[in-house]
Design a protein. Sequence first.
Length: 233
Amino acid sequence: MNDHKFCFIICTNNDLYLSECIHYLQHLNIPEGYEIDLLTIQDAPCMTQGYNQAMNQTDAKYKIYMHQDVFILNRNFLGDILQIFQSDKQIGMIGMVGYENVSADGLMWHGKRVGDLYKKKPDTPYTPLSEYHYSIQKESYSFAAEIDGFLMATAYDIPWNTEEITGWDFYDAFHSMYFLDRGYKIAVPNQLHPWCMHDDGVVLNMTNYNKYRKLFIESYGHYLGKHYSEILK
């Protein structure tokens, strides 16, 4: 494992989105002594299979799993997440938007939010920025029980669930639980200005969302409604 390497991992089916995403990646500042890599998975059968495939193809310690329609605006993104990871070896994953509690109904966005993002339109499930929780003056990051899957950076490899999560929904909620179950903390930077833009417009396909929500509730019913600190005992 190369602990001085970052790898961006993107499942893609749209060349225009991908090219714009890469444009922003090419303008990031790279910490001295570190290198970056990029793996794209074209037309993956599902998010978890694409992510697992790429995870096993790179020796980078730090992997940034992100959507093709996410544009990183913070040019010091790599140095900033590296500082967070190195501040506490128990931090296993970082997201841009997170939730302090596992929602009682399994719907992640019904929890108390931390973090920030720019979004093309204020459509569901994202709420106005005024409703996000900020603590800029307190610490450089907050902890969360779950993070939104538009960007998930990891310092440790945990296989993605390809057996049960065979679509495009809830992979982020499940993966958050996998990290917590193994004793890893999940951090979300407190961003004075959002580090990312998510240009996804409306949620296009929720066909299987409720199917995976029910599976999540069946699998993690004992965590529903709990604060991250209750899970990480």
